[in-house]
Design a protein around this ligand. Structure first.
Ligand code: NAD
Length: 469
């Protein structure tokens, strides 16, 4: 059992102003795995005041000092990676190999990337008669979701530190453990008092208090669209900058070539990673209509081949994060059946043999793009397959979505794939796989307005000043 009953404020672990705790549920067992403290606006006031005091010094720290600190953090982070991964598995149900592998690796990658970017970042440059300066924006409120909990915290905390900002982190209530360990890591590495602070608790209390706080200069939010909208409204009265990384319904276009079945299998497997709880998941798979039967067979085999079970075992998919999320996924599966989508694999209920834990069946539908299951983000292991007539039609379907976060194109003809990628209205497109920590990540349309990762992630935390003449 884990008991995290204190917040990290002004360089120390402190009790909440008003004691209140909540249980954290292990999604694999439905048992209580620990408790966390729930904060109040008074805790936010303390954390913001500490961050404001620390900003005076940290904002004028040298690049060398910040690099030193990030490298020290890297040493401690590396030592505690196994523990972090175990915490991710316990809090949100990722298979342990994924938790201690990719989840933790993403955090390590963002840390290394922040170091690399900081080594050569130009905070000041002369442009004609103007001296252009990029200065830390101030005190930042960082609000994060539960699905890739460590990724989303680290992609905010390290750029904020690297650019000379101070911050108050509000981790997700459903998955609070890995953030708690990260705070311990930052403390051990010697982050100066007040530069980083963390208050756990409910979004509607802590997140809202940060968004409205007159002494917070910007909010970086990752999460759902409705909450992003609410935060923007809450932040409007104090004219804060708000960076939004929201949901998606990303298209994966498989080209009509000889690798079709293998690419469909890869896309189906990809959808089930992290139990489909990935904002940029390729949840709409677009295949040539003429080869639909071949595509459906490949998707069925791939979905049925995903081993679902105890995330501490050797499985491909664990549970979804919570009972609430399980219900959401079940509702969408039922909705898909009701609206006439053809069920190809999976379906409602738990997989056979699993009667406890928030497990879903890896599910595939053949659908059309106007169905609810093709338009709304399900955030679970549910793939919809849609047929296209030709590549123009594929692009049209891909772009016919309220979202624009990710996208995928696979096929042998790389040039043809890149030509399609150019036409897709979305923030990041992977062509035949690939991975780059320096590639900006963020959304078009209702998927948000910011860009995180790499150098672009630094700009979120910087103001631009012109000194002319
Ligand atoms: P959520 O919006 O419910 O919660 C996200 C965070 O906001 C949590 O910490 C929550 O406590 C807090 N919050 C809730 N109400 C708030 C309020 N009124 N004011 C301030 N903060 C509040 O999202 P979730 O269910 O945790 O995460 C899933 C969503 O996140 C999905 O829509 C997913 O697509 C999205 N997401 C986007 C990205 C991206 O980079 N674009 C990455 C991961 C997840």
């Amino acid at each position: 059992m884990r008991h995290y009953t204190q917040f990290y404020i002004d360089g120390a672990w402190v009790d909440p102003v008003t004691p209140q705790t909540a249980e954290v549920i292990n999604p694999a067992t439905e048992a209580v795995s620990g408790t966390i403290a729930l904060g109040s606006p008074a805790d936010v006031d303390r954390a913001v005041a500490a961050a404001r005091r620390a900003f005076a010094g940290w904002s004028v720290s040298t690049v060398a000092e910040r690099l030193d600190l990030l490298r020290t953090i890297q040493g401690v982070y590396t030592r505690r990676m196994q523990e972090l991964g175990e915490a991710v598995t316990e809090e949100m149900g990722a298979p342990i190999a994924l938790g201690t592998g990719f989840h933790v690796g993403l955090g390590a990658g963002h840390l290394q990337t922040a170091i690399e970017v900081l080594e050569s970042f130009r905070f000041e440059e002369q442009r004609g008669p103007t001296l252009l300066r990029r200065e830390p924006i101030g005190v930042c409120g960082l609000i994060t979701p539960w699905n890739w909990p460590l990724n989303q915290v680290t992609v905010k905390v390290f750029p904020a530190l690297a650019t000379g900002c101070t911050s108050v982190l509000k981790p997700p209530q459903l998955a609070p453990y890995s953030a708690q360990i990260l705070a311990e890591i930052l403390h051990e590495a010697g982050v100066p008092a007040g530069v980083f602070n963390m208050v756990q608790g409910q979004g509607s209390v802590i997140g809202a208090a940060l968004s409205r706080h007159p002494d917070v200069d910007m909010i970086s939010f990752t999460g759902s669209e409705p909450v992003g909208v609410q935060i923007s409204k809450d932040a409007a009265d104090t004219v804060k900058r708000v960076g939004l990384e929201l949901g998606g319904k990303s298209a994966w276009i498989v080209l009509d070539d000889e690798d079709l079945a293998a690419n469909v299998a890869a896309a189906t497997g990809g959808m089930m990673v992290n139990a489909g709880q990935t904002c940029s998941a390729g949840s709409r798979l677009l295949v040539p209509k003429a080869r639909m039967a071949e595509a459906l067979a490949a998707a069925r085999d791939a979905a049925n081949g995903v081993a679902v079970g105890d995330p501490l075992g050797e499985v491909g998919m664990g549970p979804v994060v919570s009972k609430g999320q399980w219900n959401v996924v079940q509702d969408y599966i039922r909705k898909g059946i009701e609206e006439g989508a053809e069920l190809i694999a999976g379906g409602p209920g738990r997989p056979e043999g699993l009667d406890k834990g928030f497990y879903c069946k890896p599910t595939v539908f053949k659908a059309s793009n106007n169905m609810v299951i093709a338009r709304e983000e399900i955030f679970g292991p549910v793939l919809v397959i849609i047929g296209y007539d030709d590549t123009d039609h594929a692009v049209e379907i891909a772009n016919d979505s309220p979202f624009g976060l990710g996208g995928y194109v696979s096929g042998r003809d790389r040039e043809a794939a890149i030509a399609l990628a150019r036409r897709m209205r979305t923030g990041a497109i992977w062509v035949n796989g690939g991975f780059d920590f320096h590639a900006p990540f963020g959304g078009y349309k209702r998927s948000g307005n910011g860009r995180e990762w790499g150098e672009h992630g630094f700009h979120e935390y910087l103001e631009v000043k012109s000194i002319i003449g």
